[in-house]
Design a binder for this molecule. Structure first.
Ligand code: GLU
Length: 355
């Protein structure tokens, strides 16, 4: 090869390398915060239903989907490795602090959280109330472990990274991406115990779709974002107060409710029947608790429809709060945060309508 040709070859190789480095640097930076769940699980057989959740560490979860590196600069971080029935406020606080730190220091353009599906909606709503930035935060998981036929985790993770990388996903609150659909944290809930199409928002439906990484939002996606929520937390937030949920049913024993009310709690969510109704006996117990300073929120065990103020129950008289369309488990989260920050009941009621 003559010298001139050799020089040209060097130049071409140099140019290609620089272009590749520039292209990689232009990809969005996405932090994957792993918490466990089936997406980190494994079973012994591809067709058997038995498996163990939360066995694989974050590196292994990411390595199973190398395609994510084509659409983002990925960084993995292990928050915990648990089945999400073991999720608790301690991990929520750790997640919120880590996400706020990543965004404050401009270390990520978006965050994906891998999570068990059982309590994914609760973590999503907690973060919706406590993340103080409008960059995308997306939760995903899987219904089948990676060892199963038609495992859904790989595509869910790929799609979640695509959504977290999308500019349109900003300012939409915390999102859940499962089975090609995008949901808002407030309304999403697990609606099927075993099927990969497990999630839905029964009131509003999904706010978008993501198909092989192609993201599209529909016109229901303009929800109020809560990054300016009054419930966002400082880095060291301390412990959140204990708030139990009591599930209503025909023939409920009022003494059981009374025992819970006397256990030193500051607030309680009553998942009543119908429009959040307690029996007459339980109403008396809750009225006394409310007069004694316990904040009582009426939610419902019914899947659809809000709990409304002053229908069969005189909320104004008893000082009760209604959960609007929040499920009992999400009402509990909002109440924990609001009590932690010592808001007055009137403010808390407004939060239930706004957040
Ligand atoms: N129960 C486990 C959990 O929520 C596994 C269910 C799942 O991830 O789909 O972590």
């Amino acid at each position: 090869m003559n010298i001139k040709l050799q020089k040209s070859c060097y130049f071409v190789v140099f140019f290609i390398t620089i272009s590749m480095l520039t292209a990689a640097a232009e990809l969005p930076g996405i932090s994957i915060l792993a918490t466990g769940g089936t997406i980190a699980g494994s079973g012994v057989s591809a067709t058997g239903s038995a498996y163990k959740a939360a066995v694989n560490p974050v590196d292994k979860v990411i390595a199973a989907v190398p395609e994510v590196n084509n659409i983002a600069r990925i960084r993995g971080d292990q928050i915990c490795n648990i089945s999400s029935q073991d999720m608790k406020p301690e991990y929520w606080l750790k997640l919120a602090a880590r996400i706020n730190q990543l965004f404050r220091l401009d270390l990520a353009d978006g965050v994906v959280i891998t999570h068990g599906t059982d309590t994914m909606e609760e973590t999503a709503y907690f973060l919706n109330l406590t993340v103080a930035y409008d960059k995308p935060v997306v939760l995903t998981g899987s219904m089948r472990p990676g060892s199963a036929l038609s495992a859904d985790g790989a595509m869910n993770l790929y799609n979640a990274v695509a959504v977290a990388s999308a500019r349109e996903a900003r300012n939409k609150g915390v999102l859940v991406v499962m089975n090609d659909r995008i949901y808002s944290a407030r309304g999403v809930r697990k609606c099927d115990t075993i099927n990969p199409a497990a999630f839905n928002d029964r009131e509003n439906g999904p706010i978008g779709r993501v198909n092989y990484g192609k993201v599209s939002f529909n016109n229901r996606s303009d929800k109020k974002h809560t990054y300016q929520s009054l419930l966002k937390l400082p880095f060291f937030a301390g412990n959140l107060p204990e708030v139990p949920i009591v599930y209503g049913y025909a023939g409920i024993n009022p003494q059981m409710v009374e025992t819970i009310c006397k256990s030193g709690i500051r607030g309680l969510v009553y998942a009543g029947v119908g429009n959040g109704n307690p029996s007459e006996e339980v109403l008396n117990v809750l009225a006394k608790a409310s007069a004694d300073g316990i904040t009582v929120v009426r939610a419902t065990r019914v899947p659809d429809g809000p709990v409304t103020l002053d229908a069969e129950v005189d909320d104004a008289k008893f000082g009760f709060i209604v959960a609007d369309s929040l499920t009992p488990q999400k009402a509990r989260i909002l109440l924990m945060l609001a009590l932690h920050k010592n808001f007055a009941r009137a403010d808390i009621q407004q939060f239930f309508f706004d957040y």
